[in-house]
Ligand binder design. Structure first.
Ligand code: NI
Length: 254
C-alpha cells in the first residue's frame, strides 16, 4: 500500500471534510501518512492527528519561513513533543531563499539548532530546501544531519545534488511535481537514482499532480505520482509502491 511521507492534513484546507477524507484512506490504498509540522501550532496539531488515527504519524519542527517564532524555549517544547510515541521525525526544517524573509542568517541558526535536536533525540530529519542548494548541502554536511536518516522533501535540485544527499544517508522525496510539464529536472533525478533512494509524498494541500494541478492535493492522487515514476524507471506501479513503502518504513522506523 502507498505510504504518504509528507502531508499537512491539519491545514485549514481540510477543515470541511477532514474526517471523511481520512476515514477513506485505507480503502483507497493509503496505509501510512506522516503529518508534518511547519510551525509550533501545526507541530502540536500533527501529533493530535497522529493520536486520532492509527495510520497517521507526526513530525514536529518549524519550517524556515516560520523561524521568527523560535527561541530556545520553543526548541525545548519541540523536544518534549518529539518524545511522544507517535512522533517519528523532526521537520520540516531547512532553508527557503525564495522569499526575502526571514533573514537567511536567522534561518541558518534555527536549521542548525533543529538538526542538533534531531540528533540528540536520535530522530530522522525532514528537510525543506528551496533556492538554497549550496547552503543546505554545507549545513547538512557540517552538522552530519543524515546520521539518523531523513529526507530532502519535494526535491527540486539537480541529480548531482541528489547524489550528494543520498551519500549523506538521506532519501529524495518525490511528489506531484514529477507529473508537471516543467518537471524535467526531477524526472532526470528519478531516472538516475535507484528506487531504493526514493520516497513519495503529497505535501498536500499543495502541489497536486497533473491533471489536478492547482487544486487541493490529497493522498488519493498519489497513484498519479506512482505511475509517472514507474514509467521513468520502466517498472510496474506495484513495484514502485512496494519499494517506496519499504524505504519510508525504514526511514521513519515503522
Ligand atoms: Ni510540507
Amino acid at each position: 500500500m502507498i505510504f504518504d511521507t509528507h502531508a499537512h492534513y491539519d491545514d485549514e484546507a481540510f477543515d470541511e471534510d477532514r474526517k471523511e477524507l481520512l476515514s477513506s484512506m485505507k480503502a483507497s490504498g493509503i496505509d501510512h501518512i506522516v503529518n508534518i509540522g511547519a510551525n509550533m501550532a501545526s507541530s502540536r496539531s500533527s501529533l493530535q492527528l497522529a493520536h486520532e488515527y492509527d495510520f497517521i504519524y507526526a513530525a514536529v519542527g518549524v519550517h524556515p519561513s516560520d523561524t521568527e517564532e523560535l527561541d530556545d524555549g520553543k526548541i525545548e517544547e519541540l523536544r518534549s513533543l518529539s518524545r511522544d510515541e507517535r512522533c517519528v521525525a523532526i521537520g520540516e526544517i531547512g532553508l527557503d531563499y525564495y522569499w526575502p524573509e526571514p533573514d537567511r542568517d536567522l534561518q541558518k541558526v534555527w536549521f542548525r539548532k533543529q538538526i542538533a535536536l534531531a540528533k540528540e533525540e536520535k530522530l530522522p530529519v525532514v528537510i525543506h530546501s528551496r533556492d538554497a542548494a549550496a547552503d543546505t548541502l554545507n549545513i547538512l554536511k557540517e552538522e552530519n544531519a543524515g546520521v539518523n536518516g531523513g529526507v530532502v522533501h519535494c526535491f527540486s535540485y539537480s541529480p548531482e545534488v541528489a547524489k550528494q544527499c543520498v551519500d549523506m544517508g538521506l532519501y529524495i522525496g518525490v511528489g506531484g511535481v514529477i507529473t508537471f510539464k516543467n518537471g524535467r529536472k526531477l524526472k532526470e533525478t528519478v531516472d538516475i537514482l535507484p528506487l531504493d533512494n526514493i520516497i513519495i509524498e503529497t505535501d498536500c494541500p499543495y502541489l497536486a499532480p497533473t491533471p489536478h494541478r492547482g487544486e487541493r492535493n490529497c493522498s488519493f492522487y498519489l497513484p498519479l505520482v506512482v505511475e509517472t515514476i514507474a514509467e521513468i524507471k520502466g517498472v510496474s506501479g506495484e513495484e514502485v509502491i512496494r519499494i517506496t513503502e519499504e524505504n519510508a518504513k525504514k526511514m521513519y522506523r515503522l
